[in-house]
Write a protein that binds this ligand. Structure first.
Ligand code: ATP
Length: 450
């Protein structure tokens, strides 16, 4: 069609811990753009970036809308986007640095895709983003320190051509912000049973807890994650809502895909605030620190690192606790410093147990005469038989192998403590390898109340 142009709009860092949510601004923008008669060439994309970035607000999410439009409304699209960000972003908040990026070409240059990969798997920087935008003729608007331009550009560059999932997010009426979310708990457990494994992270069965509803003052009532737009919609219809919904919308995302993890890396090559996969043997037995967190050390041929399974990791913490020196494992997590001047610790998201070492305990030897277990007379002082009243010097303790209850294979942190990007067990085997980007075919949003 003549005059049809394509634009990708990237948004990030509009919210703060006290209010807002960038997904909500994206949802408002969808409504406004529809009124301008643009065509959406993909579901709105919700792209999670490196979860270990210290300056994130919550889940390090960035947004991208991909549209087709006519030249005459180009300026109006940009002004509408800017207007919404100005109106809804928490600009007075110190750590809110919104970024809007417009990229007006159909195909995304590979350099921008590579930048997105870096922002998901590592640390990117603003200078690099600005340089790239200039080289590729993109346009960016930033507020405060403008850091949101990083996420805005990264969201444009992650075209989700490989594995991806969907999330339906429903928003509350403004008058209900800050109050307890009213959604029927039983219906969520029923929905989970009826839609599994096509939906994930609805509940945490270890704690009998619902996890589709957040707790903060933000506008989100709930978010349902799943493999297809149809299933998240169906699941939403099964949930009994006890408060009105202002609007709902389905995003295509990299959540639950493990896209933050790269190949196995040598321990020596650790980089602060990045995700890492390492493989080696347990070199220091687990120890417990206050608040029930479990630590152990892992080493490969290049170095050694402390790994941490914090209390909320639930089943993962239990597995970490059962490890013994010599176990061969692969670990997945994020590198953080426990405190300044302390070495980096790998905060665990997953452990794959590859090989279990033998676990032994030592028993006193048996009496050579009557076969009764001997009593020790103290360190290096020999043994005595209470039955025969004989004493034995040169005998040694006997190693006995203990049966290991730990299972080989993968253990993932409990749903309540999973990162948005962590692939949950339920998704293994459901990965998508290809996606032909196309306009949404099913009903993917609804605006109910204004
Ligand atoms: P929410 O999930 O509630 O929308 P958030 O957790 O996404 O909030 P933001 O407020 O968006 O947090 O803050 C993250 C900031 O960090 C953004 O400015 C983003 O551009 C920047 N950022 C994200 N990933 C990286 C990265 N890998 N390297 C450098 N900066 C990054």
């Amino acid at each position: 069609m003549i005059n049809k142009l394509q634009m990708h709009i990237g948004l990030d860092d509009t919210d703060s811990t006290r209010r807002g949510c960038t997904t909500y601004i994206a949802a408002l923008l969808v409504e406004k753009l529809e009124k301008l008669k643009v065509k959406f060439v993909d579901y709105p994309n919700l792209v999670r970036l490196n979860p270990n970035v210290p300056w994130k607000t919550r889940g390090n999410g960035a947004l991208c809308l991909r549209i087709e439009y006519e030249k005459e409304i180009e300026e109006e699209i940009e002004e509408t986007t800017l207007g919404l960000v100005k109106k809804h972003a928490d600009l007075e908040f110190e750590n809110t640095n919104p970024g809007i990026v417009f990229f007006k070409k159909g195909n995304i240059p590979t350099e921008i895709c590579a930048f997105a990969k870096k922002a998901i798997t590592g640390i990117a920087n603003l200078g690099e983003a600005k340089e790239l935008l200039e080289r590729c003729s993109g346009k960016a608007l930033g507020f405060n320190n403008c850091r949101g331009i990083i996420g805005g550009l990264a969201a444009i560059g992650e075209t989700l051509k490989g594995d991806h999932t969907f999330e339906l997010i429903a928003y509350r009426l403004q008058e209900n912000y800050g109050s307890k979310r009213k959604v029927d708990k039983t219906s969520i457990f029923e929905m989970d049973q009826a839609t599994k494994p096509q939906t994930f992270n609805n509940v945490d069965s270890e704690k009998n807890r619902v996890i589709i509803t957040p707790h903060g003052p933000d506008p989100i009532l709930l978010g349902i994650r799943g493999e297809t737009p149809e299933i998240v919609r169906k699941a939403f219809e099964m949930v009994k809502l006890k408060e009105p919904v202002e609007r709902w919308i389905i995003f295509r995302t990299n959540q639950g895909t493990d896209s933050h993890f790269g190949e196995i890396a040598p321990i020596q090559k650790i980089v602060p605030y990045t995700p890492m996969v390492a493989e080696g043997t347990v070199s220091k037995s687990p120890w417990i620190v206050p608040l029930r967190h479990v630590f152990f050390s892992l080493k490969d041929i290049t170095g050694e690192i402390d790994c941490a399974a914090y209390e909320p990791t639930g089943s993962l913490r239990k597995v970490a606790r059962s490890l013994v020196v010599g176990d061969k494992i692969r670990v997945y997590g994020g590198l953080r410093r426990r405190s300044e001047n302390k070495p980096l610790t790998l905060n665990l998201e997953k452990i794959r147990i590859i090989e279990l070492a033998k676990k032994t305990r030592y028993q006193n030897p048996l009496c050579p005469k009557c076969l009764k277990r001997l009593k020790s007379m103290g360190k290096n002082k020999g043994y005595r038989c209470e039955n025969c009243k004989l004493r034995f010097k040169g005998l040694k303790k006997i190693p006995v192998e203990i049966e290991r209850k730990t299972k080989l294979g993968l253990c993932v942190t409990s749903p309540r403590s999973q990162r948005h990007l962590t692939k949950p067990l339920r998704r293994y085997g459901l990965e998508k390898h290809h996606f032909e980007v196309a306009s949404p075919t099913v009903k993917w949003h609804s605006f109910w109340h204004h």
